[in-house]
Design a binder for this molecule. Structure first.
Ligand SMILES: C[S@@+](CC[C@H](N)C(=O)[O-])C[C@H]1O[C@@H](n2cnc3c(N)ncnc32)[C@H](O)[C@@H]1O
Length: 251
């Protein structure tokens, strides 16, 4: 009765009325059938427009899928943000490579773009070093199922790919004069992420992007802590995404 009264006394659009009086499951079917199917790229509405479901990107994702557990939505964030950074000065960084899943995607995007940017890949390539239990659910030695040679065989050895094997922050040595346009930080650990931010942020060009993989994951609470602490005195405010990632644009 209340619903009918509301509809009678206010000038609510038809669609809002229909939604209010229809059981949710029936509404979803009606909405798909009557509204979504008539709009452009209707197959990508689940329930909102989801560009990662477009055939071109699904095909691209299939090519890295044998190596990746990274969900397609997260990969789309990387694709989109790296593409946006094409015309920003500086090189591309991935810190936290493991078996090269997301690195392969970055490499493919950069190969397609052409240009003279370098792709720096940082990892111990022998798993986690020390893990502080309160920061992270991972254990010492996690992610040791990899090696530099194995990653090279997946990602490639093109001249624009620079592998930096060892521990962050030591592996940043010698890169102090560099500028970066896009940085993907997927290190899971509080101290590693903080050290990484301290090095890359001052070298990030204006308009450059950092994508954090672990920001919203309950398995890596140290990531949220490190990123929150680091940006507490910076003008940028990390944007949390529903994928668990977060991103900042350098102002
Ligand atoms: C979650 S994995 C990266 C996953 C990868 N981006 C992917 O999508 O497959 C995290 C990686 O960070 C590396 N790592 C964490 N702290 C590090 C540090 N201080 N120095 C070097 N590597 C580190 C670990 O060895 C591990 O390979």
């Amino acid at each position: 009765m209340k619903k009918l009264e509301l509809i009678r006394t206010t000038r609510i659009p038809f669609i809002t009325v229909a939604k209010a009086i229809t059981p949710p499951i029936i509404w979803q079917m009606l909405y798909k059938f009557l509204i979504v199917r008539n709009i452009m790229r209707s197959e990508c509405y689940k329930p909102f427009y989801s560009p990662w479901l477009e055939a071109v990107f699904v095909r691209e994702y299939q090519t890295i899928k044998p190596y990746t557990l990274c969900p397609i939505e997260n990969c789309w964030t990387l694709e989109n943000m790296l593409t946006n950074a094409t015309n920003i000065e500086g090189d591309v960084v991935e810190a936290g490579v493991f078996q090269g899943r997301t690195a392969l995607l970055l490499k493919k995007i950069m190969s397609r773009q052409g240009g003279s940017k370098l792709l720096y890949l940082f990892d111990s390539f022998e798993g986690m070093k020390e893990v502080n239990g309160s920061d992270n659910r991972h254990l010492l030695g996690d992610f040791n199922d990899t090696s530099l040679e194995q990653v090279k065989s997946v990602v490639g050895t093109e001249k624009f790919i620079v592998y930096r094997k060892g521990w962050i922050p030591e592996t940043f040595d010698g890169l102090e004069e560099k500028l970066f346009c896009f940085v993907h930080i997927d290190l899971d650990l509080y101290q590693s992420i903080l050290d990484c931010c301290e090095f890359v942020y001052p070298r990030l060009s204006r308009g450059g992007v950092i994508v954090f993989d672990d920001y919203g994951y309950a398995s890596c609470p140290g990531a949220l802590r490190a990123i929150t602490e680091f940006f507490s005195d910076k003008p940028e405010n990390p944007l949390a995404l529903q994928t668990g990632q977060a991103l900042i644009y350098k102002l």
